[in-house]
Design a protein around this ligand. Sequence first.
Ligand code: UDP
Length: 402
Amino acid sequence: MGNSVLGIDAYREVAPKGTIDFLLRLAERARGRRFLHVNSTRYGGGVAEILTRLVPIMGELGIKADWEVIEGDPEFFATTKAFHNALQGTEQVFTEAMLEHYLEVNRANAERLRPAGDLVLIHDPQPAAMIEARPPEGKWVWRCHIDLSTPQRRAWAFLRRHVLRYNAAVFSLPAFAQQLPLPQFLVYPSIDPLAEKNRRMTKGEIAKILANLQIPDDKPILLQVSRFDRFKDPIGVINAYRLVKRYHDVRLVLAGGGAADDPEGAQVLAEVREAAGRDPDVYVLDLPSNAHLQINALQRSATIVIQKSTREGFGLTVAEAMWKGKPVIGGATGGITVQILYGVTGYTVNSVEGCAYRIRHLLSNPALMRKMGEAGREHVRRNFLVTRHLRDYLSLLVHLTA
Ligand code: UDP
């Protein structure tokens, strides 16, 4: 597939100068070591997307990189979904049977996969208890992708016991971490500039996709790309657009997905459609999960990209938009705060009014928008590309297995 074609050298033209040579030298120090990733899904979600690219590149660099995926029944995934919510602060009920089954499934997977390596990176809570089956050799690191700052106590007390057995933990933001008596590392997530979602597109390709989506290109486009989730505040975006619309003739595109298999998402989507009403300049797009090229084209067509979340994990849509040279206005929450450099690559905002104010400010300053777009692209180049992610993981491998 694409992975073998897109080797590390393909990134020379997008990563900061010197990055690839640095990676090659770093990899030399880790050559032949076994680096195993374990998570709970091969497809869907940011973790899987990045591993799909990282693992083959590590292999190409001479690391014995592997990626295993745990298996579980619906009860197991219902419990880990409850963990996911509880660890991010929503009250959930856990029965002894649920916790016992979680451990049971982890044991069965450990038996099946026999995870081992110089470095074993266990992603997220689902496989976290596999640490109970760790062999005597090798370092084990728990890679937490979620916000652990305000967990439900019972869920965290249960999980913490397992986390304590790791050699280290990795978080995506300092604010997401917990006090733990083990070394903790910060690794930001990243985007892949060569993936369909972010790769270069010709004007013709973009125009064709916009035409297919039936979006004319005769007005500036304000865009938010997000699952239909209340924390992404799509209604707030519509309200901000309404305030802007009195002064500027713009279009609003809300592109999302995931509503089909998520009852709450369907509810939010219905509310968004209702709020959009009959305004011919508001487009609500319910996209399939593989609409990467459509999202790419939309982001490239936008004048300003908005990510008005009131609560956010990392919010990689911000980096995606900045990579395409767009100024971004985002909610001052989660990873959005480290991606948007205030007044340099865009603005973080705390209200509908603030969002509308910044949109108007930018629409009246095309030169500023261009400048911010360029600054955003460079900010992403230095901090949020997959090559930087690779450097961090290789550094961890070298550091922990020296
Ligand atoms: N995304 C997508 N289709 C959608 C909505 C979002 O492919 O309908 C992608 C988006 O481009 C980004 C990711 O899903 O790559 C969302 O990641 P983010 O961290 O912004 O938010 P999350 O959905 O993980 O909370």
